[in-house]
Write a protein that binds this ligand. Structure first.
Ligand code: PLP
Length: 465
């Protein structure tokens, strides 16, 4: 493709995306295809000769779109959002255009330095403690996902708990990890991948707000110590996936400090709210944390994938993950004056993901980000009010932010039927969880283009029938 062809087809592709976003509400939010339906439309063999770009674009409409669940639809209220925005899409496009692989500072200094700078901006935006910034002992790095961030936290904690011998084999006491029963599945996955073993993960009981009970955590730690095991890491959650429950980080942090245990705080969705001063309290106790993560790819208008991972002390993370073969040696790294992010995560290679975050923050401005977040929270609160006022429904958990967990009082079957009717209609998409053993609907307001009108119409459809 010549630069001129690229210009022409690039405009077509941008137009295609703009047209898609303009007509997105015409599609059923949840894709209605059957398994195998999309593959059946694809030719069995790849083309021998190249095809015109127009033919490729046409198949987006004919083949791909029917198999899309429209995460960018303003009627998407399922799971947590994976929202995006124009500046983010364009930032990612520029990233592809530059095609940089930023494993080392030297392989594109801007890739590293823009990332460091934008992550320091983020630390200020979110009110993170000073030690998480790059001019202190710690710093931030963009990871693909919160799952990877949690894995890196576990690996760094393992390094610290074994006094730097985590990468050597040999018999040693088992290391133990702790998280609440409501923690994300990525904690268990991280514990398995890091080799701690699922049997060394303790699921700590929660209170009636689904938040971790610090007294139960302290008991579990004491039991493990008595048995000769080494408590290594506690993963606290600010905004659990089921119900946005907030673990009491200040109390958990005090226990971790006393016991010398790594504290990781997973704020994948909820952390974004701390951009607004009135939600900063979500980050109470973070000065006691060793690591923290938030996903701009959930609620900060930045397309997947983009997780911001912070450590208060970068040394154990880098010790755990740095391997230096001859072919990566270079003067800049040896000078010690630069950051090589390859040592801050599992992969070697990395793309210029900071661009999209930089574009987003500059396009919206802090005030623009705050306005969107405040609206989402306000509309979710309004929706919760409607649920509470309807005698057929009940709220299943408190609503600290933008997620409403609710259900019909009639029981599991009625709620499953309601969810099937809503999602089958194509008009809205909600997901579910189980709270207190009961089938519960989740309604999360967080898509970039959702308006109050969309929330009102969704409630009308939920109520009807
Ligand atoms: C969504 C979520 C995750 C996982 O996010 P990925 O970035 O997809 O790995 C982890 N923790 C919490 C609390 C979440 O809500």
């Amino acid at each position: 493709m010549t630069p001129d062809e690229f210009r022409r087809h690039g405009r077509q592709a941008i137009d295609w995306i703009a047209d898609y976003l303009e007509r997105i509400e015409q599609f059923p939010v949840l894709s209605q295809v059957k398994p195998g339906e999309i593959r059946a439309k694809l030719p069995p063999k790849p083309p021998v000769e190249g095809e015109p770009f127009e033919a490729i674009l046409r198949d987006l409409d004919d083949i791909v779109l029917p198999g899309i669940t429209h995460w960018q639809s303003p009627n998407f209220f399922a799971f947590f959002p994976a929202n995006n925005s124009g500046p983010s899409i364009l930032g990612d496009l520029v990233c592809a255009g530059l095609g940089v692989q930023g494993m080392l500072w030297a392989t594109s200094p801007a890739c590293t330095e823009v990332e460091t700078h934008v992550l320091d901006w983020m630390a200020d935006l979110l009110g993170l403690p000073a030690q998480f910034k790059s001019d202190a002992t710690g710093g931030g790095v963009i990871q693909d996902t919160a799952s990877s961030a949690t894995l890196c936290a576990i690996v760094a904690a393992r390094e610290r708990a074994t006094s730097g011998r985590s990468n050597q084999s040999g018999v040693r006491s088992p290391l133990v990890a702790y998280a609440s029963t409501q923690a994300h599945s990525s904690v268990e996955k991280g514990v398995r991948v890091a080799g701690l073993g699922s049997e060394n993960l303790r699921f700590i009981d929660v209170d009636d707000r689904y938040a971790m009970r610090p007294d139960r955590l302290a008991d579990a730690i004491a039991q493990d110590r008595a048995a000769g095991r080494i408590p290594a890491i506690v993963c606290a959650t600010v905004g659990t996936t089921s119900s946005t429950a907030i673990d009491p980080v200040p109390e958990i942090g005090r226990i971790c400090r006393e016991q010398g245990i790594w504290l990781h705080v997973d704020a994948a969705l909820a952390g974004t709210a701390a951009i607004c001063p009135e939600f900063r309290h979500l980050h109470a106790g973070l000065e006691l944390a060793d690591s923290y993560c938030v996903n701009p790819h959930k609620w900060m208008f930045t397309n997947f994938d983009c997780d911001c991972f912070y450590v208060a002390d970068r040394a154990p993370l880098i010790r755990a993950l740095s391997v230096l073969p001859e072919y990566l040696r270079n003067r800049a790294s040896e000078s010690g004056a630069v950051i090589d992010y390859r040592d801050w995560h599992v992969p070697l290679g990395r793309r210029f993901r900071a661009l999209k975050l930089w574009f987003v923050i500059r396009w919206f401005g802090v005030a623009g980000l705050q306005q969107k977040i405040r609206q989402h929270v306000a509309w979710a609160q309004e929706f919760a009010g409607w649920v509470a006022a309807d005698p057929r429904f009940e709220l299943a958990a408190s609503v600290p932010l933008n997620l409403v967990c609710f259900r019909l009082r009639e029981g599991d079957e009625a709620n499953q039927r309601l969810l099937d009717r809503l999602n089958g209609s194509g008009q809205v998409y909600l997901s579910h969880t189980r709270l207190d053993g009961k089938f519960t609907l989740r309604f999360c307001v967080g898509q970039t283009n959702t308006t109050r009108g969309h929330v009102v119409r969704a409630w009308e459809q939920i109520r009807a029938g």
